[in-house]
Design a protein around this ligand. Structure first.
Ligand code: S3P
Length: 430
């Protein structure tokens, strides 16, 4: 499916975005390994979360999907009769590998062509150290993964890459291991797993950059409300900053400090916004964000230690940088090369087609702001975050932009176009 986008007039109104994808995956997984019933409300309806839900059903979890609530009944997991299809979802394959490594049965996990080329050695290594038996294609590098569940033991593990998926995989495996696990992160990554473990009655401690988790824990099912997805909100924040006369309110957004680095970046760029009604629900901070058109954005330098907190928003920062005054520099973001697409290559290639002045670097990019972007035909590379970032770029390009293969937005945010319609923007599809 292709979309034709023109410069819109302005964004006005109030929206709520659907539940956070990272938290939704975790709510389903924690529900399935806890005793009793977990009720999840405001869950993400994304394809990625559906991948987790379907895999959990195949390993014996009873899940009932009602209109506004998903009910998960924790029970003993069982050997799946068939392969587990994780679709496009890195979170599904990496987090479930942690759970499955500690269960005494055989399972095979695979996914689509993008997932089959994403690195899994980063989880295979620590899981093997824990006593797990796990194999991957091409000398244990890529999916499909085969896991033969074993009794695990806790480890001391210093992570080389900052990855919440790797950290969460090890934490989940530890819940089925003897002893304790100590994990050290190079930089703080999103901490939804740690928060949720505590919320489900588990024990986990933080000591500086070290996380200490107790093995063999019993958790209790809970009622959990999933906050609105900050990463989905970021597209509306960016659009309001760059479309003249815009002013919008996004309600009930997750404001976990390990996720909202994008707000710090746009603040430095001169973006105007306010945070209202901050509170905590189900162990996560949540609130409303009001955003105003911000006429003169300035280029910024983004540092390696900030990268994990803006990891999914970096293509969008490239878009903002392409029309901001001066240079925007991103360094230390090599991880982007192993996302759903090589996001350094995909965003630089596509923004160049819109006349942006952007230079690809091994670990990031340098973008010099131009006065105007010009419409053209661009492609999503079948990557949801590239598709949505290109929609925002098209809002500021002169003329009609055609974006090819935008159906991939369903991977994280099926309501993306509808929410823009709610704020007064229309699109035509072809
Ligand atoms: C996620 C962590 C991030 C992020 C991904 C979701 C998670 O990946 O890019 O979209 O839910 O833990 P890494 O932790 O591998 O960087």
């Amino acid at each position: 499916m292709n979309i034709i986008v023109e410069k819109p007039k302005k964004l006005k109104g109030e929206i709520e975005v659907s539940g956070d994808k990272s938290i939704s995956h975790r709510a389903l997984i924690f529900g399935s390994i806890s005793e009793g019933i977990t009720e999840v409300s405001n869950i993400s309806k994304s394809k990625d979360v559906l991948s987790t839900l379907n895999c959990l059903k195949k390993i014996g979890t009873k899940i009932e999907e009602r209109e506004d609530i998903v009910i998960v009944e924790g029970s003993k997991l069982k050997e799946p009769e068939d392969i587990l299809d994780c679709g496009n979802s890195g979170t599904t394959i990496r987090l479930l590998s942690g759970v499955l490594s500690g269960h005494p049965f055989y399972s095979v996990l695979t996914g689509d062509s993008s997932l089959k080329n994403r690195p899994m050695d980063r989880i295979i290594k620590p899981l093997k150290m824990m006593g797990g038996e796990i194999y991957g294609r091409d000398s244990n590098k890529f999916p499909p993964l085969t896991i033969i569940g074993k009794k695990l033991k806790g480890i001391n593990f210093k992570m080389e890459i900052a990855s919440a998926q790797v950290k969460s995989c090890i934490i989940l495996a530890t819940l089925f291991a003897d002893g304790y696990t100590e994990i050290e992160e190079p930089y703080q990554t999103r901490d939804h797993t740690e928060r949720m473990l505590k919320y489900f009655g588990g024990e986990i401690e933080k000591n500086g950059s070290k996380i200490i988790v107790k093995g063999n824990q019993k958790l209790k099912g809970k009622k959990i409300f999933v906050p609105g997805d900050f990463s989905s909100s970021a597209y509306f924040i960016a659009a309001s900053l760059v479309i003249p006369d815009s002013e919008i309110l996004i309600k009930n957004v997750g404001l976990n400090s390990t996720r909202i680095g994008f707000l710090k970046v746009i603040e430095r760029m001169g973006g105007k916004f306010e945070i209202l009604n901050k509170k905590e629900i189900s162990g996560e901070p949540i609130g409303d964000i009001k955003i105003y058109y911000s006429e003169k954005l300035k280029g910024v330098e983004v540092f390696p230690e900030e990268v994990p907190n803006i990891i999914d928003e970096i293509p969008l920062i490239a878009v903002l940088g392409s029309i901001a005054e001066g240079k925007t520099i991103i360094k230390g973001a090599k991880e982007l090369r192993v996302k759903e697409s090589d996001r350094i290559k995909s965003i630089t290639t596509e923004l160049k087609k819109l006349s942006a002045d952007i230079e690809e670097k091994e670990d990031g990019f340098i973008v010099k702001g131009v006065k105007k972007l010009k419409a053209s035909k661009v492609n999503s590379w079948q990557d949801h975050r590239i598709a949505m970032s290109l929609v925002i770029a098209s809002f500021v390009a002169e003329g009609k932009t055609i974006i090819e293969n935008v159906e991939c937005v369903d991977i994280s945010f099926p309501e993306f176009f509808d929410k823009f319609r709610q704020l007064g923007i229309d699109f035509s599809f072809s």
